[in-house]
Design a protein around this ligand. Structure first.
Ligand code: HEC
Ligand code: HEC
Length: 185
């Protein structure tokens, strides 16, 4: 199994065209080191990002959107009207958050779900994770009453309402529990 994954990784490296070869190699070795964790999404490991972007909702790991989406979202003007809220930041904080998101965006990550998100967004620039085709497809069977009509969820945007290990970047269906609907899977 490891052998197959290793070959798949080499192939991916060979196919990588967006970043320089040196960068790809560095990312590759980093990926090999974190081999056992590469199935899901890299959890947030930046305190500024976690604090500033985790105060109104779950701090979304940058590997859930491509860099081109983060560039649009993490813009000074855009943050003044961030989904109807003022989420503006001072210049230095914004730069730190922007750089962190860009470095860890879906297309830069070796984590499996990030790879899928990168592929699903090749031809589009969604401003929402919940608008990414791959993410939509994973949730389209869940009845609205369990999301919008559920006082403990309210919106699909609140990933951690149902994904009990979202803070570790784990979204596997085995770790899901929809509030008030314990028997649904
Ligand atoms: C002042 C509150 C507030 C802050 C601070 C904030 N957000 Fe948001 N964010 C929102 C609201 C409200 C929504 C829309 C939620 C909904 O539609 O239910 C949202 C939605 C999002 C979405 C889309 C989620 C989806 O539906 O897929 C992303 C991505 C996002 N925020 C990223 C960030 C990042 C990155 C930061 C840090 C720079 C941040 N947010 C800080 C309030 C905030
Ligand atoms: C209302 C509860 C709920 C919310 C909120 C929610 N999810 Fe899910 N999610 C589910 C359920 C249930 C499944 C399992 C679907 C299945 O296996 O049929 C799932 C599946 C997934 C999967 C695929 C897991 C797998 O094993 O293949 C991913 C990835 C995912 N969700 C990401 C997210 C992200 C990111 C957010 C926030 C933007 C989110 N989810 C918000 C309930 C939710």
């Amino acid at each position: 199994m490891m052998h197959t994954k290793f070959k798949a990784a080499l192939l991916t490296v060979a196919l990588l065209t967006s970043s320089s070869a040196a960068m790809a190699e560095e990312n590759f070795w980093q990926w090999l080191v974190t081999f056992t964790r590469q199935k899901e999404v890299k959890p947030v490991d930046n305190k500024t990002y976690a604090d500033e972007c985790g105060s109104c909702h779950y701090a979304y790991p940058p590997g859930l959107l491509p860099g081109k989406s983060w560039a649009k979202l993490l813009d000074e003007k855009a943050l003044n009207d961030h989904f109807g809220e003022n989420a503006s930041l001072d210049k230095a904080t914004l730069k730190a958050i922007y750089d962190y998101a860009m470095e860890n965006a879906a297309e830069k990550s070796w984590y499996k779900r990030s790879r899928k998100i990168a592929v699903a967004t090749e031809d589009e620039t969604p401003l929402r994770i919940t608008d990414v085709r791959y993410i939509k497809r994973k949730h389209h069977d869940i009845p609205e009453k369990m999301i919008k009509g559920n006082k403990d969820v309210k919106s699909l945007s609140y990933c951690n309402a149902c994904h009990t290990q979202a803070d570790k970047g784990i979204f596997d269906s085995d770790t899901v529990s929809i509030p008030n609907y314990p028997d649904w899977d």
